[in-house]
Design a protein around this ligand. Structure first.
Ligand SMILES: *Cc1c(COP(=O)(O)O)cnc(C)c1O
Length: 384
């Protein structure tokens, strides 16, 4: 039987083999593995692409978040870390790293519920909460699955309540709100180049975008042990620069990013057109002012049928994933260390309903046809 995985990185490598091989071969020739010329070249290209003043290559998306927060603590508080009275709002329907980064910067995560069609923070709830709570210091919105949060309202809230914004853009490279790239609105934008992301390396890597010179300077110190001179440092730093080799791979893949995002959007259009007649699922709803990059095409399966659908598709050779099965506020690591604002009903509900379908750019039309036919078959066999 034909197997359709969530992601076929081998097929992608074959598609751009020459560029990747050439890029890696250049590194083998110059042997500058730490902060080699490819890192700077990638930083400049991506800063230009995003329209930000600075981009700094880092070791992962998680580190991009932690480093951003550490730089904010140093800038705002003049201290190495935040403390538990410093509250930072985020969503519990995200990858673990978003909340974990806040703990690692020693601040307190504050979870506010999401909107069920965008899967992003419910900004009306954020605003309502802030009216009575002035201790809030920052907010980390997550552009989940490649869908932009309403950045007009997000930045208006941040301005009204004097909070910083760090955008978690791990899943939204190339995404936009109106004509402005995501990751360029906040004090920083934290990108991930984990292999499965829209722009993925051959290992861990990430990037921080910022328009502020001071933040850029601090982050460049923090990734090199905490000082301009690593043998005489100012801050509690990390060894967290982006690998030259990852930058080389990413430079090759970056040439394809717009083509690949366009293809993802076409696939999403195909899915939405072909699955629209099924009453028991809810399809992604791209916001008109946003440019959705479809890192994931995530449907909601109603009436408790999600797991049965996933099992059926697996039997048909079609892989799917549940992003995410557990909201962060239910995880042990956050126990007693967070504030949960009201009930997280929507986050909890969608964890039981979501199913992400394969959406890699090189999926063939035949594969897409097969996936949608099998989904339709399932609902024919399982009538309400
Ligand atoms: C992938 C991801 C991260 C972490 O990125 P890594 O590069 O894996 O460390 C953070 N937040 C979100 C929303 C992610 O999807």
């Amino acid at each position: 039987m034909k197997q359709i995985p969530m992601l076929n990185l081998k097929r992608e490598y074959d598609y751009m083999k020459n560029e990747i091989d050439n890029s890696i071969t250049k590194c083998l020739a110059h042997q500058q593995w730490i902060l080699g010329p490819e890192v700077e070249e990638l930083e400049n290209k991506i800063a230009h692409y995003l329209g930000t003043k600075h981009c700094i290559g880092v070791s992962s998306g998680t580190d991009a978040l932690v480093l951003s927060l550490r730089a904010m603590a140093i800038k705002i508080k003049g201290q190495e870390y935040f403390n538990h009275k410093d509250e930072i709002i985020t969503t519990s329907f995200t990858f673990t790293a978003t909340g974990d980064a806040i703990l690692r910067a020693r601040a307190k995560p504050v979870f506010i519920d999401i909107n069920e069609t965008t899967f992003n923070l419910d900004l009306s709830k954020v605003r309502a909460y802030l009216k009575n709570h002035t201790r809030m210091i920052g907010i980390i919105p997550v552009h989940l699955f490649g869908q932009a949060l309403d950045m007009d309202e997000m930045m208006a809230i941040a301005n009204d309540f004097n909070m910083f914004v760090i955008e978690d853009v791990a899943q939204a490279f190339g995404g936009m709100w109106l004509n402005k790239k995501l990751g360029s609105f906040g004090a920083t934008g934290a990108f991930s180049f984990f292999p499965s992301k829209n722009l993925g390396g051959y290992g861990n890597a990430g990037m921080i975008a910022t328009n502020e010179d001071m933040i850029a300077d601090l982050i460049r110190m923090l990734i090199k042990h905490g000082g301009k001179d690593k043998y005489n440092v100012d801050h509690i730093g990390y060894n967290a620069a982006m690998d030259t080799l990852q930058a080389a791979v990413l430079l090759a893949k970056f040439k394809y990013i717009n083509e690949f995002i366009e293809r993802r959007r076409k696939i999403a259009e195909f899915y939405s057109k072909n699955l629209s007649g099924i009453k028991e699922i809810r399809l992604p709803q791209p916001l008109p002012k946003g440019y959705h990059t479809y890192h994931q095409y995530t449907i909601r399966v109603l009436n408790g049928k999600r797991d049965a659908l996933q099992k059926y598709l697996k039997e048909q050779g079609i892989a799917t994933m549940v992003y995410y099965p557990t909201p962060l506020h239910k995880m042990k690591v956050f126990d007693g260390k967070v504030k949960v604002v009201g009930e997280q009903k929507v986050a909890e509900k969608v964890c039981d309903e979501v199913l992400s379908l394969p959406i890699e750019p090189l999926l063939s039309d035949e594969e897409l046809q097969l996936i949608t036919e099998k989904i339709k078959n399932f609902f024919k066999q399982h009538k309400p």
